[in-house]
Design a protein around this ligand. Structure first.
Ligand SMILES: Nc1ncnc2c1ncn2[C@@H]1O[C@H](COP(=O)(O)OP(=O)(O)OP(=O)(O)O)[C@@H](O)[C@H]1O
Ligand SMILES: [Mg+2]
Length: 277
């Protein structure tokens, strides 16, 4: 299997021979991938395939048993999550991780502190530069909330938002860290068809407006096939396919992997989902 992405563009993220074992279980097995700069790339596969584990290794939440991750030519392997974030990679979580008791605005402002120049205690003593920076962070955060259609809810407690809005808030917080590379773990989970459709258009706009590379884990085939230019498929920790949406749709190994799924989605084959995409 080649590690060259199907678009042939220069990679910004390189994964080489990544393996992560949890005791006897090999969650990710000798995975090599190249993600093209400026692309919207999909990472798909049945439940338990290892997709979230790949995100956790790339973003520094887990150390791989073996292998390397490079971003724009710099090694990321072994860096803690805040250093990976400072290097320009930001993520959302499959299980939403917001500060539930904080306001919507505060959740986004927290993301901005990764780029803050002054020390946090300078704000406490009202140092003019620190106060100015805090004001700028607030304004930028409000602007981001506007982008995500959440400006009207800035002062609401985060836990009071509907599920789809909480997912958008997580994206706003990820953007507040001013990333170059955004990793979205099942952003359409729990969304209704109309929200998923809006998300599809929104992901495209995000890439263009913020000049991002986006890596997307998603079970909703309509979203994956509609927005991704390059798709990588994992099954039980192994890379089984890489290609354009039409190549992946027609790949017998991919169809087999989805048909063999034991989770609820097993009733709906990839073929059927793709036909509706
Ligand atoms: N912290 C952990 N400790 C032990 N096993 C783990 C841990 N995290 C993940 N696993 C196991 O590793 C395998 C891959 O899990 P992962 O969450 O990466 O799958 P996934 O492709 O994201 O699945 P899903 O589509 O259900 O989210 C699974 O068998 C899972 O149970
Ligand atoms: Mg997952």
């Amino acid at each position: 299997m080649t590690t060259q992405n199907s678009s042939g563009a220069a990679p910004v993220l390189r994964i080489r021979e990544m393996t992560l074992r949890f005791g006897g279980l090999v969650a990710v097995n000798d995975l090599s991938m190249d993600i093209a700069g400026g692309s919207i790339t999909g990472l798909i596969g049945p439940n338990g395939a290892g997709k979230t584990t790949v995100f956790n290794v790339v973003t520094g939440f887990y150390k791989p048993t073996k292998g390397v991750v490079e971003f724009m030519g710099q090694p990321l392997t072994g860096l803690p999550p805040h250093r990976v974030c400072a290097a320009g990679l930001s993520r959302t979580f499959q299980n939403i991780r917001l500060f539930q008791n904080e306001t919507v605005l505060q959740n986004v402002m927290i993301g901005s502190y990764v780029r803050q120049k002054g020390a946090w205690w300078q704000t406490l003593f009202a140092f003019p530069a620190a106060v100015r920076e805090e004001r700028e962070i607030r304004e930028r955060s409000l602007e981001l909330l506007g982008h995500l259609g959440l400006a009207g809810q800035a002062d609401a407690v985060s836990s009071s938002l509907p599920y789809g809005a909480q997912r958008r808030l997580e994206i706003a917080r990820a953007l507040a860290t001013q990333p170059k590379f955004l990793l979205l773990d099942e952003p359409a989970a729990g969304m209704n068809p109309q929200e998923s459709e809006e998300l599809l258009n929104f992901i495209r706009r995000l890439r263009d407006e913020f000049d991002l590379t986006i890596l997307l884990i998603e079970h909703d085939m309509k979203v994956v096939m509609g927005v991704c230019e390059d798709i990588w498929v994992l099954d039980r920790g192994l890379l089984i396919a890489n290609g354009t949406p039409s190549e992946i749709r027609a790949n017998p190994q991919v169809i087999e992997a989805y048909l063999g799924q034991t989770a609820p989605r097993s009733e709906v084959s990839l073929k059927k989902e793709a036909a509706h995409a």
